[in-house]
Design a protein around this ligand. Structure first.
Ligand code: SF4
Length: 389
């Protein structure tokens, strides 16, 4: 196994994960399974397709999975894969790869899951791999071992990307426990940040500077109380690069309760944004409470008003079909959609999808009232709403 080539299985949905792991692992990019060690990162929406590919792969490879879906459901994933990296990969993956290549016992690697083989086939190294000409029968071979949890990584110790450019990940982890969201389950509830010099160093490589964060306006803070002096210091440093900066907009967003005149003054002073992406999620106070958002509907409206005052188009994410949602709640969300549209804002509407590892994993989406469905469809056709419709 020592000489085996390592491959990241690339697809359009996992480029950010690969960008973050590329600097740490010497690997090629593969668009199909190859001999060697195959690394996959995927979310639930891609799981079935990935399983089909791995199950029918005619290669001599060890298959390692990571990302949101494998982290939440390692047992399921091990029916198709040899190892699962649970949670953050920066420390775990290089360590696991070394152990696999040297044929050592994976039990020493924190933060992984694997099948403990029965004694008669518990060999390491090459014997650990199998030819994927035929379907796996992992379940018959042993039981799932999950090793000790690994503490969260120090983001600053790792580059955000190397060869593959990705938006700058400035923060990770989230103290809010929104019941539909995988972020706190995957990355923990303690918010961590990259330092300004590190972010600035990597920002030089971008033409436009964009970010990923659970809540950009929480940069430098514990995620609950804004530290705008930190946001300002970050943007001041980046402004020296004289490149357009997009903060609080795609591919990240901000919580509405973090939007304030002071925050928006900083954004409009240093950034090129014409819009602000807000996580609104519902127009119903009862639904917002039940999903643990920690803000009400009024904060969503106030954030929209403020954004407009500062010349930014609010783009509000809303989820329809949350499990506790009644038809009355759906109509409250529709009222919010109409209000946002009437003020010149935009809505990105999503259908609720239960995600593994979250408190709502086993919940069923609430059915949408026919007129609510029809209204959202019409808005989408008119180009006034984007997202799932
Ligand atoms: S939805 Fe946003 S605020 Fe809520 S837990 Fe997820 S990342 Fe945190």
């Amino acid at each position: 196994m020592k000489e085996s080539k390592i491959w990241f299985r690339y697809n359009s949905k996992n480029s950010y994960s690969i960008a973050a792991l590329m600097p740490l692992v010497e690997a090629g990019i593969a668009r199909e399974p190859k001999d060697g060690i195959m690394l996959y990162s995927f979310a639930s929406a891609q799981a079935e397709e990935v399983y089909r590919e791995v199950g029918s792969a005619a290669v001599d490879a060890i298959f390692i999975a990571g990302g949101p879906h494998p982290s939440a459901l390692p047992e399921e994933v091990l029916e198709h894969f040899d190892f699962v990296v649970i949670g953050e990969g920066e420390e775990t993956l290089p360590e696991l790869l070394q152990v696999v290549r040297e044929g050592r016992d994976p039990a020493t690697v924190k933060g992984i899951a694997y099948q403990q083989k029965d004694n008669h086939n518990r060999n390491h190294g090459h014997n650990h791999s199998h030819n994927h000409d035929h379907n796996h029968d992992h379940n018959c071979q042993g039981h799932v071992m999950i090793t000790e949890k690994r503490p969260p990584v120090d983001l600053d110790a790792y580059p955000p990307f190397s060869k593959i450019l990705a938006p700058l990940e400035i923060s990770r982890g989230c103290p809010w426990g929104c019941t539909y969201c995988q972020t706190p389950r995957l990355f923990g509830t303690c918010m961590r940040h990259r330092s300004i010099p590190t972010i600035a160093r990597y920002a030089r490589r971008h033409r436009d500077i964009r970010f990923t964060s659970p809540n950009s306006l929480a940069y430098g803070s514990d995620g609950r109380t804004p530290r705008l002096e930190k946001v300002q210091a970050l943007l001041v440093a980046l402004a020296e690069l004289k490149k357009p900066i997009y903060f609080g907009t795609f591919p990240s967003e901000v919580r509405p309760d973090f939007v304030s005149p002071a925050a928006l003054e900083i954004i409009v002073k240093y950034c090129a944004n014409r819009s602000l992406s807000l996580g609104g999620q519902s127009g119903s106070p009862a639904v917002l409470r039940s999903i643990g958002r920690g803000h009400g509907c009024i904060e969503v409206q106030e954030a929209c008003e403020l954004a407009l005052e500062y010349g930014l188009v609010p783009q509000v994410d809303l989820i329809f079909g949350l499990p506790s949602e009644t038809e009355a709640d759906q109509r409250l969300s529709l009222d919010l959609v109409r209000w946002i549209a009437s003020r010149g804002g935009k809505v990105r509407a999503h259908r609720f999808t239960p995600l593994p590892g979250t408190p709502l994993a086993a919940a069923r989406p609430a059915p949408l009232a026919p007129d609510v469905e029809a209204f959202l469809g019409r808005m989408a056709l008119e180009g006034r709403l984007t997202g799932s419709w």
